[in-house]
Design a protein around this ligand. Structure first.
Ligand SMILES: [Zn+2]
Length: 161
């Protein structure tokens, strides 16, 4: 089913009532929705580069000349999308009992011997972009590396057929 721009806007901003969102999630997928979502996201950012794919609520893969880079909605550029953008972010590591206690209830049994919490911030706007809870010393997670060419080839093909 196709949804109007107002509904998609509410979906993106998290203002859509659960019942309506559940219908969208469990309903037949609308092939036009991806294009509609991209259009709305593009209208929400102030940079001119074309959004190819949203990564998080604040990060996008965009086409900048011949390059595909990760860009924050504030305009900060993290570089090639195939390199983990987290390496270019500001990081706060909560690896002490005191720093973890600020977030977790003592009954939750968070132990800095077993876990550290990494917070990744945008160097441009200091927005919290992502967190990861991992064993101390665990490699930085690379959340998502899409196969953009295949995705667009398949998506465009479905749209042209
Ligand atoms: Zn930013």
């Amino acid at each position: 089913m196709a949804y109007d721009e107002k509904t998609l806007q509410a979906l993106i901003s998290g203002e859509l009532p659960w019942a309506e969102m559940k219908d969208i999630m469990s309903g037949t997928k609308d092939p036009e929705r991806f294009g509609g979502i991209l259009k709305i996201l593009q209208s929400m950012v102030s940079f001119p580069e074309k959004i190819l794919l949203p990564l998080t609520p604040h990060l996008f893969i965009v086409q900048k000349g011949p390059e595909r880079i990760v860009k924050c909605d504030c305009g900060y550029e993290f570089g090639d999308y195939r390199t983990n953008w987290k390496y270019f972010s500001r990081v706060r590591v909560r690896d002490s009992e005191e720093s973890l206690k600020a977030l977790y209830h003592p009954d939750q049994g968070v132990d800095p011997e077993w876990m550290e919490l990494r917070e990744f911030y945008c160097p441009g706007c200091f927005c919290l972009l992502e967190t990861e809870a991992v064993p101390p010393g665990y490699p930085v997670l690379f959340d998502f590396q899409p196969d953009l060419d295949t995705f667009y080839r398949v998506w465009l093909k479905e749209h042209l057929d």
